[in-house]
Design a protein around this ligand. Structure first.
Ligand code: SAM
Length: 368
């Protein structure tokens, strides 16, 4: 059995630069070899989400509203992006600390040129569940090459089947049929089981819940209904617009009877339900009304190489500075252990109307 190393000598309140300095001073107080790590609440590190670009070809109103992410928005210059080799190196370091699953995201990950080469590099590490979240716009064209590169599964975001509602939500007039074609191509390429994420915004697309469930029932794909969250600072989030996951389940169950299913593993974000008649399963992600911080085992790597230990964080830890400053793998391992060991985040459990207004990094940059 791997041993959990409690990093009691790293203060939870320490700031990023101090942490990294302590970690890189060989033999310093936070120096640990590679190995499983636990944060201040005893949570292990299991998942890494990697944002490969902060750009997107959609302008979803709840994520990258057009009036903020317009023509003049200062997206990261190319030189600030981690290279594929740098990302793969960071991935190896995280794997050494217990990460088993990597999800590529963004922005829109399929916009990153030659993302297949990155997938090949990550697949060559071995022993990782390698998946990707996409809006599906380019998936019909890329599903086969992603699979050939070593991607195991894919999650596709789809907020409505109704053409008018879908085009209004993506706000670039993108037709729903092309995303459905992408889902079919992913299934044909063997990127299964496919998960389909619907962000539910009360009064905008909540009437699409049952049609979406009905459409994919019996397909083998798993639709997951996500509560609209107060990520970032630009989407004008209001609690009134959150439709609780319990209400999602109630509405589907009234037409397509459901029964609760056990989680696949501790820390699974979605609560699972299956159709009583054997038509497959759905999930609900209740990050607002039933926070699951105590099981959160996820770290995030931003497009420019900062590590964030919470989706709702306002500050990250700059690994790129270490990578480009000549740090060896042992120093990177100590840095990651120190960052995770100091982690105390549980934003969703502490959320109030006041915290929602706090400055937070944008999801398109940190990775959804
Ligand atoms: N572009 C890709 C996509 O559309 O799936 C990946 C990035 S996107 C930020 C990842 C996921 O975050 C999507 O499923 C998106 O719907 C979800 N998301 C974005 N903003 C959200 C919010 N405010 N609340 C809940 N989910 C959100």
């Amino acid at each position: 059995m791997a041993k959990i190393i409690p990093l009691t000598d790293v203060r939870a309140s320490a700031r990023s630069a101090q942490l990294l300095a302590a970690a890189t001073a060989a033999g310093g107080p936070a120096a640990v070899a590679a190995g499983f790590v636990a944060d201040t609440l005893g949570r292990p590190l299991r998942d890494l989400r990697i944002s490969v670009t902060d750009r997107c070809n959609f302008r979803c109103v709840y994520c990258m509203p057009k009036d903020v992410f317009g023509r003049d928005y200062p997206f990261l210059p190319h030189g600030e992006l981690l290279t594929f080799e740098e990302i793969a190196r960071v991935a190896r370091v995280f794997k050494a600390h217990g990460v088993e699953k990597i999800r590529l995201t963004g922005g829109e990950p399929l916009l990153r040129r030659n993302v297949e080469s990155l997938i090949e590099l990550l697949a060559s590490i071995g022993g990782l569940d390698l998946t990707l979240t996409t809006n599906g716009a380019l998936l019909a064209k890329k599903a086969r090459s992603l699979r050939d590169a070593g991607l195991t599964r894919v999650t596709v975001s789809l907020d409505a089947l109704d053409e008018r509602v879908f085009r209004a939500m993506n706000d670039v007039d993108f037709p729903v049929g092309r995303v459905l074609d992408g889902i079919d191509a992913a299934a044909a390429a063997g990127l299964a089981p496919i998960k389909i994420n619907m962000v539910v915004k009360r009064g905008t697309n909540d009437h699409e819940i049952v049609p979406l469930a009905r459409r994919f029932r019996g397909s083998g794909h798993i639709v997951r209904f996500i509560e609209y969250m107060d990520v970032g600072s630009t989407n004008g989030w209001k609690m009134d617009e959150v439709l609780p996951a319990a209400e999602v389940v109630r509405r589907i169950d009234a037409e397509l009877p459901l029964v609760r299913v056990d989680a696949n593993y501790a820390g699974e974000t979605a609560e699972r339900w299956r159709y009583r008649d054997g038509g497959g399963e759905i999930g609900v992600i209740a990050s607002v009304t039933q926070a699951f911080c105590r099981d959160c085992t996820r770290a995030r790597l931003s497009t420019d190489g900062k590590v964030y230990t919470c989706l709702f964080a306002s500050e990250g830890h700059d690994l790129k500075a270490l990578l480009r400053g000549g740090a060896d793998d042992a120093a990177l391992e100590r840095a990651v252990a120190a960052i995770w060991g100091a982690r105390a985040d549980r934003y969703s459990e502490l959320r109030t109307a006041a915290t929602a207004a706090r400055p937070k990094v944008e999801m398109s940059y940190i990775g959804g």
